[in-house]
Design a protein around this ligand. Structure first.
Ligand code: OGA
Ligand code: NI
Length: 199
């Protein structure tokens, strides 16, 4: 479903979505190789996967100190490719401090999601992030959210688990939806419910 206005929107955002689809495939291949897996370990899954383009608008806010544009979360899918119009995104570092992602014109930000954390058996961690607002101007972001197929159960790659017990249980998109719909004010991240106590 495309908006009819502005008239160039479908063409431009459509092309951008195709380009991010290709980039996502290349990044997943590089991630697989970096884990010592075959480059095409996830090929079938990336080809059948889904992509959602979330276009976010954060209006200027008179009280940015007490407001967030988006609360802390990690993205459910494989990777998110984000284009932002100005600074505002923050990521949590390993000491639980919030770090602002600098604004670099035209740069794409790639965020790792829960599906890749589970697939990598925790070698890669999904990034916790949030969005701040400011009082001077509105901010736009285009978040291209990529996921492995929604019906598919995702589990740690057996090659990375070896003889140990996997660090995560397997999960599907439906499990994720069930979790967020039955937890109004989410205290715990979905991925934390998959972690085995021995890890
Ligand atoms: C998201 C997200 C960040 C942003 O859509 O999941 O985290 O800068 N967006 O809008
Ligand atoms: Ni996000």
């Amino acid at each position: 479903m495309w908006p009819s206005n502005p008239p160039c929107y479908k063409d431009k955002v459509g092309k951008y979505a195709e380009a991010t689809h290709v980039l996502h495939k290349q990044l997943i291949e590089a991630i697989s190789e970096s884990l010592g897996l075959e480059k095409d370990y996830l090929q079938e899954q990336t080809e059948e996967g889904s992509q959602v383009m979330a276009v976010n608008c954060y209006p200027a806010c008179p009280e940015p100190e007490i407001t967030l544009g988006m609360p802390p979360h990690s993205d459910f899918g494989s990777l998110t490719i984000l284009l932002q119009s100005s600074q505002g995104l923050q990521i949590m570092d390993s000491n639980k401090n919030w770090i602002s992602v600098p604004y670099i014109e035209g740069a794409l930000i790639v965020q790792l999601g829960d599906q890749v954390e589970v697939m990598s058996n925790g070698i890669y961690k999904s990034v916790i992030h949030r969005v701040t607002v400011n009082k001077d101007y509105k901010r736009l972001s285009f978040a291209s959210l990529h996921s492995l197929p929604l019906h598919k159960r995702i589990s740690p790659a057996p090659e990375l688990v070896g003889n140990n017990a996997p660090a995560y249980g397997e999960f599907s998109f439906n499990d994720f939806l069930d979790y967020i719909s039955s937890n109004d004010c989410v205290q715990q991240r979905f991925i934390d419910t998959l972690k085995k106590s021995n890890s």
